[in-house]
Structures are given as C-alpha cells and as structure tokens.
Design a protein around this ligand. Structure first.
Ligand SMILES: [Zn+2]
Length: 447
C-alpha cells in the first residue's frame, strides 16, 4: 500500500490519504517515499499584514491569486509573535499546546532571558513535546529542508531537519540578493537533492514595519520588493521544471499595528506598584508581559495593575480568556498582561521605540495575515473565507501524503481549496466498492 503512486495533479481523497499514509507508519519503519509525490514549498514573509497588497502594486501576488487560492485573511494564534506563530504553522497547535509561548526563552528560577536569535539554538525551548512537520515527514520517509524558518536550528527528540540554512548573527533581513540566493538554494534542493518539502523564511516586511510603521512609504516599498521576489520565485519554479508537481504556499505569522505614543502604559509609574514585589518579569516586549510576584504578593500586584490603565489587560493565569488558547501551559507565569491594539507595555525604563508592533489580540484586524496557495493540488482563482492558522498543518500533511501528529486544526477547513478528488478511485484502480467502503469507514478526520 505504501507504494501507491499519487498521480501528478491529482489529490487523494483526504480521508483515504490519511488512511493510506497511516497504514505503514508503524513506529520505527520508515516508508520509502513514492516518486510521484508532489512537492511542497511553504514560504513565510514575516509580518505580512493581510491587507498589505491593497495600497501597493503587487502583480505577482495578484497572478498567484488568479492561478490559485487566496484567503481573505488568516487569523494567527495568540500570542502574535514570530516564533510562537511559526511553530503553530509547523505543528497545527495553539501556543498552550505546543509550548513555544514567546520569542524569548526564559528561566524563571535563574532569571535568564535570551533574545530571539539565541533562543533559536535552545533545543529545550522548542523540543517540548510537539514534533514539527519536518520531523514527522522524515519519519515517514520524506526528505525535508528549511531555510531560516523559525525552529529550524533545534533538534527534536534528537532529530533535526536534514538540510538547513540558519541565519548568521547580525543578519540583514532585507537584502534582496540573499533572498534570491535562498530561492535558488531551495530550487537546487528540490531538483538535485530531490527534497519533498522545504520551508523558506524571509524576515520582511516585519523589520521595516517595526522600524517605520505599517502605514509608511518604506513598508509599501518593502511589500513591492516582496512581490518582486514572489515573481522571481515562481519564475525559478518554472525554470526548474517544478511547476506541475510543486505546491507553493505563501503565508506569514502575524500582521502589524502602528504604535500609539501618547497615554502610554508605563508600569513603573503605576500607583502602589513596585518592582520590589516582583520575582520575575518578562516585559518591554511589545504589548505583552509575564510576571511572577514574590511570595504572598500576587493579590496585591494583581489588584494594583488590574485597573491601572484603560488599555491594559491584566489576568491571573487561570482567568486568562480561553479563546486565546494561550495560558494553559506550565511556562505561563501566574500573572500575564497585554495591551489593546497600538499600546505597548513599558516596564522599568522606556526601551521600546518601534513605530510598528505586533503581539496584540489575534482578533484585531491588524494582526491578521495572508494565505496564498498555487500548484497542482489547488483550485484556480478561488477566494476563500478567513480561517485560523492552526489549520495549515493538516493541509501540509495532506499535500505531502503523511499522517499528522495530534493537532488543533482540521483538514475540513482547507478542503474546499483542493481540486476534486474524484479521479482518485480510477487512478489507483481500486475496486469501487472497496473505495466506497474505505470512504465510509474513514469518515471525517478527527485530530
Ligand atoms: Zn516582528
């Protein structure tokens, strides 16, 4: 059963795909991958807000929508930060279920806090009970690679992405020449090394959005550069002979909000609040904050912060709104807080000067992001309703023909994007009665 070829341009009926993929996946017995399997390239342009194509000419994004699928927007999981949101794409889980709850790795006992770049290399921060799709795919016989995608550097249960490029320190995220080199590398990995799945990350337009704000000319110019790069990527896909067997998904982690510089939230100035009551703090990171009050001080700290500022929301861990799927994890501190759109949280000193920021409520429209897909598996010229980013993982597993790990999404959400699966039964010459029996017995996938 494992050698059943997927014919080019044809999708398995999803339930069947899961069944077929699941059959041979007894642990420890990798499946040799089928040569007819379509490849998948998952591209993320960090901080690409859902509406960034509405005030800039984006002929290449427009062409992709006309030839494939475009979601009106995609809702990221909360917390709308880079590493947590990318790990949701890779696992299909909300943050409280995958544990990568912040860009910064921290230890509440020692007080150690590591910045984004250093955190990429801390295995224990990432390898926290959830397997990213690279490892799952490799265990099922596929070959995977990753370029700069958050989470790439870490080992998971001792395993890592087989081919990887990791950003050097002090990396220039906006260098268009490096962007093209990375695209060329991905094409080489697909064609020379015959990889099945690659994730490719670009740090823009996030950096420019932070520095100049989402409504700036600089951001619009950067979106133009992103669009040109998408044109280059699709040209290289054609030149590499991959157009008919590569499914391309372009998405992002979160949007971007203009920072409001008046009536700021400044904890140091809150009446009756003192940092001498605090044992551990993770503050000055956009609109988010984590706090551990000293023993016996929780109620006091909570009561003085709760109504300290009309734009500040402070919760005890167990009372944090369930819709965020964020607080129910051991790494979340007894108190946590976030600011309304536009309001960042300043702690002891003012160290945040960005014009744009993210990390806000994922229901705020400016936190929504993009989802586009084109390739043999996808319908053409289809605009779909908004959906949550936890659902991308199940789609990736379906496209790759692998059995997913437990996750929080559903393939039902993205199924309408896929071309008809009707030719499948004929294509694999299953007796129709058996095919129908399989379909009936599989039913809806529940993960
Ligand atoms: Zn950012």
């Amino acid at each position: 059963m494992s050698a059943l070829p997927l014919l080019k341009g044809e999708m398995m009926f999803p339930s069947l795909a899961l069944l077929f993929a699941a059959l041979p996946v007894a642990k420890g017995s990798p499946v040799p991958h089928t040569s007819g399997r379509d490849k998948v390239l998952l591209v993320s342009f960090d901080g690409f807000r859902w509406d960034y194509d509405q005030d800039v000419d984006t002929p290449n994004l427009d062409a992709m929508a006309a030839e494939g699928v475009k979601a009106q927007y995609m809702t990221p999981a909360f917390i709308t930060l880079t590493s947590p949101c990318h790990f949701t794409l890779l696992t299909g889980k909300y943050m409280e279920n995958h544990g990568v709850i912040h860009n910064m790795c921290f230890n509440t006992s020692t007080g150690v806090k590591l910045p984004y770049y250093s955190t990429q290399g801390i295995d224990s921060w990432w390898d926290n009970g959830s397997l990213p799709i690279w490892i799952t795919a490799q265990r099922q016989g596929l070959k995977t690679g990753s370029i700069h995608f958050p989470g790439t550097k870490a080992k998971y249960q001792g395993e890592e992405v087989s081919m990887k490029l990791v950003e050097p320190p002090l990396f220039n995220y906006s260098n268009e020449t490096i962007w093209r080199q990375n695209i060329d590398t991905a094409m080489e990995w697909f064609t020379v090394n015959n990889l099945d799945f690659i994730t490719l990350y670009f740090g823009e337009p996030d950096s420019t959005g932070h520095k100049y704000g989402p409504e700036s000319t600089q951001r619009r110019n950067m979106v133009g550069q992103v669009d040109k790069t998408i044109g280059y990527l699709r040209q290289r896909i054609r030149e590499s002979g991959l157009e008919s067997n590569l499914n391309l998904i372009i998405t992002s982690d979160h949007g971007m909000e203009t920072v409001i510089k008046s009536n700021e939230i400044y904890l140091r100035n809150v009446e009756n609040f003192t940092f001498s009551d605090i044992q551990f703090e993770l503050l000055d990171y956009g609109p988010n904050g984590l706090l551990i009050p000293k023993e016996g001080k929780l109620e006091h700290v909570y009561s003085v912060l709760k109504n300290a500022h009309p734009k500040l929301h402070v919760y005890k861990k167990e009372e944090f709104p369930k819709r965020f799927h964020y607080a129910n994890h051991p790494r979340i501190t007894p108190l946590l807080m976030y600011g309304d759109p536009g309001y960042v949280i300043h702690g002891r000193y003012k160290v945040q000067f960005n014009a744009g920021e993210h990390g806000f409520d994922n229901e705020a429209m400016n936190m929504k992001t993009i989802f586009r897909a084109v390739g043999p598996a996808f319908k053409q010229g289809l605009l779909v309703e908004p959906f949550e980013s936890v659902n991308v993982y199940a789609l990736l597993c379906e496209l790759l023909g692998i059995a997913p790990e437990p996750h929080d999404g559903s393939l039902e959400v993205t199924r309408p994007m896929l071309r008809s699966s009707a030719p499948l039964l004929a294509a694999i010459k299953l007796p129709v009665t058996l095919g129908i029996a399989l379909i009936l017995s599989c039913g809806r996938g529940v993960y």
